[in-house]
Design a binder for this molecule. Structure first.
Ligand code: OGA
Ligand code: NI
Length: 366
């Protein structure tokens, strides 16, 4: 693993303020990857499933009554969303709406501080913690139109408040509470998925190393205005390498697109919903019953966008492989055992590259 970036880092936010009406060539995607060529506009009424977790969040801690009809129907909706989309939105998820808004606002404030303040947190490819502007270390790569901030929450041995921004003053407290609440939601979704896979409810969590060993981290994405949004991407097509992702999108500006067969569907965020998606590690553990789905982010010329992606991951040095219960002579294991540390090194070196890592080709849809 490299210890520093292969070329000087340029903050996209600074570029956005200085580049007038033309973006540098480094950010111009090849024609087959440009949003204008691949977005399927006639599917504008399609959206990922929206699921109300009311019957679950109150129940699952207390054991949940298996015969409750509403509970069953919610589980079935999640099951279908996992199989059909790999993505869904949830409401009544147990995280306070005011906390969601506060979390987004403290990060917006962070990115609107003077550049000298942010540079104090500049990250390196060694751990990625801190303020960053690229993913991957290949010299000359075409870059994405975004900056980000990356930090660890669990395990607590990796959490280092000194690597979290000191300003705005409320950020550390707000993010501490936010990270705790969203981790709880992650645990609930892990149970739902386990039950839906026909497993004991703690199966996936145990495969991740159990309650005291899971890893969670936060990637805050900042997508500045882009004068040529048809030529660039805010985040190139990728699947998330970890277990589950719970994304808090910008409330006012859409941008996330999810791949559905050969089309890109723009997600329309519901008020105070989280967007949940399956990561590569759950694809591996479920032996591809659930698949991580490619997604990307488009940018626009009128508005910046802020999103918080919270990643719920296995203990990083544990071997992850298809669960025994889901493997049979008819369904042999599709993936070799690998630790998440080893797995994540790929995206951290090469940058986002569709689903190449799980052996799937990545033709751009038209
Ligand atoms: C990510 C991601 C989507 C978004 O950070 O992995 O897919 O809408 N973000 O910012
Ligand atoms: Ni993602």
């Amino acid at each position: 693993m490299m210890y520093d970036w292969p070329e000087p880092i340029v903050r996209v936010q600074s570029l956005s303020e200085s580049c007038e009406n033309k973006i540098p060539n480094r950010y111009v995607k090849p024609p087959t990857e440009r949003p204008s060529e691949t977005t399927t506009s006639h599917l504008h009424d399609v959206n990922i499933p929206l699921i109300d977790l009311k019957s679950i969040s109150s129940d699952i801690d207390g054991g949940g009554s298996d015969c409750d009809e509403e509970w069953r129907s919610t589980l079935e909706k999640v099951s279908e969303a996992c199989r059909e989309w790999g993505f869904f939105q949830v409401v009544n998820h147990g995280v306070r709406p005011e906390l969601m808004d506060r979390a987004r606002e403290v990060w917006r404030e962070f990115f609107h501080q003077p550049m000298e303040v942010k540079q104090g947190y500049a990250n390196s490819p060694k751990t990625y913690e801190g303020y960053g502007s690229r993913l991957g270390v290949e010299k000359g790569a075409v870059l994405d139109w975004s900056d980000y901030y990356f930090l660890h929450y669990l395990p607590s041995s990796l959490k280092d408040h000194n690597k979290w921004p000191a300003l705005p003053t409320s950020l550390r407290d707000v993010i501490e509470e936010y990270a705790a609440q969203v981790a709880k939601l992650g645990g609930i979704i892990m149970k739902i998925l386990s039950i839906n896979l026909g497993l004991e409810e703690n199966s996936l969590q145990n495969a991740f190393g159990g309650d005291n060993n899971i890893g969670t981290c936060l990637r805050v994405n900042f997508y500045p205005k882009c004068p040529q949004p048809d030529l660039a991407l805010g985040l190139s097509s990728h699947s998330d390498p970890g277990g589950l992702t719970m994304l808090l999108p910008d409330q006012d500006v859409s941008g996330l697109q999810v791949r559905k067969n050969d089309a890109w569907i723009t997600v329309k965020p519901a008020p105070h919903a989280f967007i949940v998606n399956i990561g590569d590690q759950i694809q591996v553990l479920s032996n591809a019953i659930y698949k991580s789905v490619e997604h990307r982010v488009i940018v626009n010329s009128a508005k910046e966008r802020v999103s918080l992606a919270y990643f719920y991951n296995p203990k990083s040095d544990l071997l992850i492989q298809p669960l025994k219960e889901l493997v049979s002579p008819e369904k042999p294991p599709l993936y070799a055992a690998m630790t998440f540390d080893e797995y994540r090194a790929y995206i951290r070196t090469k940058g986002p590259r569709g689903k190449a890592q799980l052996g799937e080709s990545q033709k751009s849809p038209r």
